[in-house]
Design a protein around this ligand. Sequence first.
Ligand SMILES: *Cc1c(COP(=O)(O)O)cnc(C)c1O
Length: 413
Amino acid sequence: MDFNTKLLHGKTVKDYPYNATIPAISQVTAFQYESAEEQEKVFHHKAAGYAYSRVGNPTVAAFEQRINELEGGNAAIACSSGMSAITLALLNMLCAGDEIIAGSGLYGGSIDLFEDLTKFGITTRYVRHMTVEEIEPLINEHTRVIYGEVIGNPGLDVMDIKAVSELAHSYGLPLITDATTATPYLVNPLKLGANVVVHSSSKYINGGGNSISGVIIDGAAFKWDFDKFKALDGYRKFGPLAYTVRLRTDIWENLGSCLSPFNAFMNTVGLDTLGLRMERICSNADKLAHALEKMPGISDVNYLTLDGNPYKELVDKQFGGKGGGILTFRAGSKERAFKLLDSLKYVTRASNIGDVRTLAIHPASTLYIRSTTEQREAAGVYDDTIRISVGIEDADDLIGDFSDAISKSDCWL
Ligand SMILES: *Cc1c(COP(=O)(O)O)cnc(C)c1O
């Protein structure tokens, strides 16, 4: 089965109650049992069933199974947000004293989170680029995980997943990737050697901009050294499944970051069209980026399929030549960037990505207000940077909207 067929007819799309074609919304807190004996079995995982929606819910499970199949994982665990997915993916395997190595071009919220984690004794060392050359010198006896975004948002640095995972494994470390901006349409990181994938499914997976959620997918191929990864000690008997088992029955369950059944339902509906949307989004973004490059008054158009993009070869190899939905450019000054944004007719000013609508934002004054200038610039965010999350409108209307807005902001100067 190819991508779009698998979305609709994969082996995890099946047997919904009453022969429904999509899973119903089990908007319920608890599940009742005929007998205390039966309930005991469910609590001891000796019988299939649900007990309490923080710990398991059929609508949430249906979403988890579909995204797991799509990523080629062993198990997926849905969370209340992308940030909770990232937090739990790391806390599940880290203890105080452990170190993370991460790319400095991360999503701003992740950088803020890593700062929060320092209070718990977990420190992060940053590399400017997620390359073997930059990562290797930072590995020491405290390093426990390499963490990076497949496509950095909004700097658009691309990680060579295969090369970085080989490096990580040669030091007995797992690679965790945030694949939000790439989506399973561009790449399955687990198949290239990543060990755990996280998504903010609030973005492309949901697609309609209607629910906050996240998901963690474990490939269960990493051989945990339980003397080194103390957080997973106690789960030794599960071997490579230790990460999933601890997450499901301990960290995720106890930290209470469950996804609501309604949001899980919206994500499942969204997944049906992920392939179609991404095909259109990638094509629109490619057309818009090429058109923006020719427009006077703006500079530094950054998109992965443009000639001269340093990642072009990797984009061809890893993403089949597709560039995803994010692009950025510089408008000359903050004032001009604001004027340009205010002149857009169709493009929506909103701080999200992966919506069917094209969205634009000035990251320096919004998403990065907690970062230093140095941190911002490492993430590709300058005072005049505009980030666009390309949607599924007609490409010519989008190009026209930007060209009108750019000429208006010129007049204003
Ligand atoms: C949005 C985003 C997040 C955070 O996800 P939420 O669902 O907003 O919590 C994490 N990583 C990336 C790359 C994102 O774009």
